[in-house]
Design a protein around this ligand. Structure first.
Ligand code: FAD
Ligand code: N01
Length: 548
């Protein structure tokens, strides 16, 4: 690689494809990686399991799927030309529009010729002699690459239903994360939905509008705030675009990677009850993540958090007519916003429909799926279709499904047996030249992920370019730097209320997964500064060494 900026991919002996960089995954991350690396003169190819680009927005086609932050913020910012080539139509884009956008990007940047679809990477092994990654796919490809970048996504591996009797159900079953491309018509059907996370909260109003009867099995209620979605105000967008460079800079320097939350620097406990309520009301009226930033201590102080939790509980009681259902929908066991806040359109209202029933799957757990429906500890239910909205093996799932072997043949699975350990969420000690995008230990899923993805891609491509420019072949995190970073990630998490929730941030949704708070909660802006400082000090905490 690295010696030339015109290196091209080639097929070596035995049909081995030789590359500077192999990228796994063609979502927001893999597509931007391809664009940047290609522009820098590296030979690069992207391997994608799906038959189209778009990642999350390719797979999650369930009705109601849409983004949880404002459209113009959840989009690439690296090219004004690209930004000007696309006009969002809604305040919160729906999945079809997001997928169309990502396809537009693939065409406009001419990415497709270097993306190999329908190809799942099954293994990646570091050859210590050749100092190259040997990547294998389920299509029989072998790739020899200097660098391997896992752009495999944090929420790309679904949690498979493991209820007893799953295979016996005679009707169709669907998982929100693998929704059929042609859509599903629930008209006239009795439908059961299992789960009440974001995917369920977005899809339930749509399924309820079609189904003859919808029964929802809720184990843990979620906090949800209204989106107040609608057509994107094009005048407001024009104002935003007029200050685009400044807005994008502020996003990058912010805590969450977006501006629309309008953070309030006051404590919820320092203001009068009237002022607090007025702030909550104003933010409920605005909609979206604005509520989470109503005061500066909502996720760091239990008493502050209780004020917003009670406000949301009141809202639920005001919307949902049946008091028992309203109470069941009210979270009581964990603090507000310590799971990613759900942003809904008509979710609580749906429970006022005559054709919707909410079942408490905490007190009467699902015991088995039956040929005709499912059974709980209290009753049997008959369904024509079942929807599993049960989430993902998040953050580590896609990586642990690839047989990744670093120095000495040690597997990433072994190294992460007690939870993921990384340096900056970017690299793992013992796995030279292997990068992860938005990996555990980075702000990732706590942020506007497009902002975090761009930062990681820029940092990684800068690092690879640095190696080339300095005639270096290998880059590797030191164990000491990794240990210190892991300790820091945990220390920061422990200053917040997040660990109090049994969330997928902690791996709590997957039986047997180690309970470790995976993302870095220090904030997108702070984290960027840390990464930049590491690079400025000659990649402090990494060892750079010459090629073989
Ligand atoms: P992905 O989009 O997940 O793409 C990874 C790709 O890698 C996938 O296409 C997958 O097929 C492929 N892949 C994985 N393993 C392999 C393998 N072994 N071989 C080959 N290919 C492989 N984030 C936000 O910031 N705001 C939101 O509103 C938001 N909404 C979301 C809604 C849903 C329903 C979900 C599931 C996630 C949402 N996210 C949101 C998070 C979202 O995942 C990121 O915003 C972003 O799309 C991630 O892009 P990515 O390219 O890193 O990963
Ligand atoms: O998954 P989840 P998701 N028996 O894990 C329940 C992003 N996203 O797909 O909480 C009974 O949140 C489980 O119950 P419990 C966003 O980051 C964003 O909804 O474990 N129930 C829970 O209710 C989000 O956080 C958007 O008790 C079972 C549900 O299934 C992430 O993706 C939209 C069960 C799973 O909820 C994941 O969201 C969609 C069992 N055995 C997704 N197993 C936006 O709005 C699981 N459950 C942008």
């Amino acid at each position: 690689m690295a010696s030339s900026s015109t290196t091209v991919a080639g097929s070596g002996p035995g049909g081995v494809t030789t590359l500077d960089v192999a990228v796994v995954g063609a979502g927001f991350s893999g597509m931007y990686l391809l664009h940047r690396l290609r522009g820098l003169g590296f030979s690069v190819r992207v391997y994608e399991a799906g038959d189209g680009v778009g990642g999350t927005w390719f797979w999650n086609r369930y009705p109601g799927a849409r983004v949880d932050m404002e459209s113009q913020e959840y989009s690439y910012s690296f090219s004004e030309d690209l930004e000007d080539s696309w006009t969002w139509s809604e305040r919160y884009s729906a999945q079809p529009e997001l997928l169309a956008y990502l396809n537009h990007v693939a065409d406009r940047l001419d990415l497709r010729r270097d993306i190999q679809l329908n190809t799942r990477v099954s293994a990646a092994r570091f050859d210590e002699t050749a100092r190259r990654w040997i990547v294998e796919t389920d299509s029989g490809d072998t790739i020899s690459a200097r660098f391997c970048i896992m752009a495999t996504g944090c929420l790309s591996v679904i949690k498979e239903p493991d209820f007893e009797g799953c295979e016996t159900f005679k009707g169709p079953t669907y998982h929100t994360g693998r929704w059929p491309r042609e859509g599903v018509d629930f008209t006239g059907l009795r439908v059961g939905v299992i789960g009440t996370g974001s995917s369920a909260i977005q899809s339930i109003p749509h399924i309820a509008a079609q189904a003859k009867h919808l029964t929802i099995f809720q184990r843990t209620p979620n906090y949800s705030v209204p989106a107040h979605n609608g057509p994107l105000d094009q005048q407001a967008l024009a104002v935003w675009k007029a200050q685009r460079a400044e807005n994008r800079r502020k996003e990058r320097e912010s805590a969450g990677g977006f501006l629309s939350s309008n953070p309030n620097e006051k404590s919820a406990l320092e203001v009068s009850e009237a002022e607090r309520r007025a702030e909550f009301e104003a933010r409920w009226a605005v909609g979206g993540f604005a509520m989470g930033a109503a005061f500066n201590d909502l996720v760091s102080d239990n008493r502050a958090n209780a004020t917003v939790a009670e406000f949301v509980a009141e809202k639920i009681r005001a919307i949902v007519k049946d008091p028992k259902t309203a109470e069941l929908l009210t979270p009581r066991t964990y603090p507000f916003a310590t799971k990613r806040l759900c942003v809904d359109t008509g979710y609580y209202d749906t429970f006022n429909r005559d054709n919707v029933t909410l079942i408490d799957a905490a007190t009467t757990p699902i015991t088995r799926i039956t040929p005709t429906g499912l059974s709980t500890a209290a009753a049997d239910f008959t369904f024509d279709a079942i929807v599993y909205a049960i989430g993902f093996d998040a953050m580590t799932g896609a990586l642990s499904r690839i047989d990744i072997r670093g120095r000495g043949g040690v597997t990433l699975r072994e190294v992460w047996a007690e939870g993921p350990k990384t340096y900056l969420g970017l690299m793992v000690a013992g796995f030279p030249n292997l990068f992860t995008v938005t990996g555990p230990g980075s702000p990732s899923v706590l942020s506007n992920m497009v902002v975090s993805i761009e930062q990681h891609v820029d940092w990684i491509t800068d690092a690879i370019t640095h190696l080339r420019d300095h005639q270096m072949g290998l880059m590797e995190a030191t164990q000491a730097a990794q240990d210190a970073w892991v300790a820091h990630v945990n220390e920061v998490a422990d200053t917040t209320l997040y660990p109090q929730a049994n969330s997928w941030y902690l791996g709590a949704n997957i039986p047997g997964k180690p309970r470790v708070f995976m993302p870095y909660i220090g904030g997108v802006g702070v984290y960027r500064e840390l990464c930049d400082a590491v690079a400025a000090k000659g990649y402090e905490g990494f060892v750079l060494s010459p090629p073989a």
